[in-house]
Design a binder for this molecule. Structure first.
Ligand code: SER
Length: 314
């Protein structure tokens, strides 16, 4: 048998597509999906599934031993907008789940870990354009604080305990298979659903709010290629900057109008505007490119086209 993989948080926006892709690649039985709830039928029917709480160390350890798991992808987290409403719950979920997995690595029960970080680790004092890998961070959101702390712990466990943990600072992710939930970049997914159903969208961010974004296929490909790279090629053990495109709600609306000319957008910024304003507009990902050969495939127009084509079929 090849390697054996466990996905924690497999039913979420990233976890669903990551699980399906890893099953394609390594075989259905090699990839155990887990979450605190059941997921989409395509996920549930494609391979093994365990109900599992990522904050419960003993329960994860049982599953790791039972399936002889070698690699863990920890995709369970509370995102930025929800975390502002439930700060302590966000901190507990985001940090305890990470410690659980890092400690399994420290105990040598698993060989390799993937943990996602985010552009949310940056804050209002960070350079906004082409934000470098190493720069002032000072996140001002609960979610960003948890992700930056997580990055520091990943690097620490790598240095002190030789834990092979790898991470990407994902930009906003756009996908059609599973909806995001509780994020600030979620507008860039909601807008497609509304464009196709009602022809109108009221955006919770202002028209000219530029944020780094990526189509899900690119994010999944980046994740798997980072995980497949030989360990000694990686120079970053906190988390890699990663970029594909950068756009504003106005530009996304114009791109959609290229296919649906009657689509209308209005802007009613809410508390999420402040979160978005604290994040970079664009990201310098040159280390991901030089260390493990990262190149994005999707730009704004190909993302719009792929989203509309697939959602129409649904
Ligand atoms: N896209 C996420 C959010 O908006 C950030 O990682 O919360």
């Amino acid at each position: 048998m090849g390697k054996s993989i466990l996905i924690l948080g497999a039913c979420g926006q990233i976890g669903t597509e990551l699980t399906l892709e890893l099953r394609q690649k390594y075989g259905a039985d090699a990839v155990v999906a887990s979450d605190i709830r059941e997921g989409s039928s395509s996920l549930m029917e494609s391979g093994p599934f365990e109900l599992l709480d990522a904050t419960n160390y003993a329960a994860i350890e049982d599953v790791v031993m039972y399936y002889e798991i070698e690699e863990v992808y920890l995709m369970a987290a509370m995102l930025s907008a929800t975390s502002e409403k439930f700060p302590l719950r966000a901190w507990n979920l985001n940090m305890n789940s990470l410690f659980n997995v890092l400690n399994l690595g420290k105990e040598k029960q698993i060989d390799k870990i993937f943990w996602p970080s985010s552009i949310a680790i940056f804050g209002p004092n960070t350079p906004k354009e082409n934000t470098p890998q190493h720069t002032l961070t000072e996140p001002s959101t609960v979610y960003g604080i948890s992700k930056l702390s997580g990055e520091r712990w990943c690097e620490y466990y790598h240095k002190k305990f030789d834990v092979d943990v790898r991470s990407i600072r994902y930009p906003g992710l756009i996908s059609w298979k599973t909806d995001p939930g509780g994020g600030t970049t979620d507008y860039a997914v909601e807008i497609f659903h509304e464009a196709l159903t009602t022809g109108k969208y009221t955006c919770f961010l202002a028209a000219d709010t530029f944020l780094p974004m990526m189509f899900m296929d690119d994010a999944i490909r980046a994740t798997i290629s980072l995980m497949e790279k030989e360990s000694n090629a990686l120079t970053v053990r906190s988390s890699y900057n990663l970029a594909a495109m950068s756009f504003s709600p106005r530009q996304l609306a114009q791109s959609i109008q290229g296919y649906l000319p009657n689509f209308e957008i209005r802007y009613e910024p809410d508390f999420r505007q402040q979160i978005a304003d604290s994040w970079p507009s664009s990201i310098d990902d040159s280390l991901a490119r030089s260390d493990w050969g990262w190149i994005p495939n999707y730009d704004l127009d190909s993302t719009t086209k792929t989203m509309l084509d697939n959602l129409k079929k649904e």
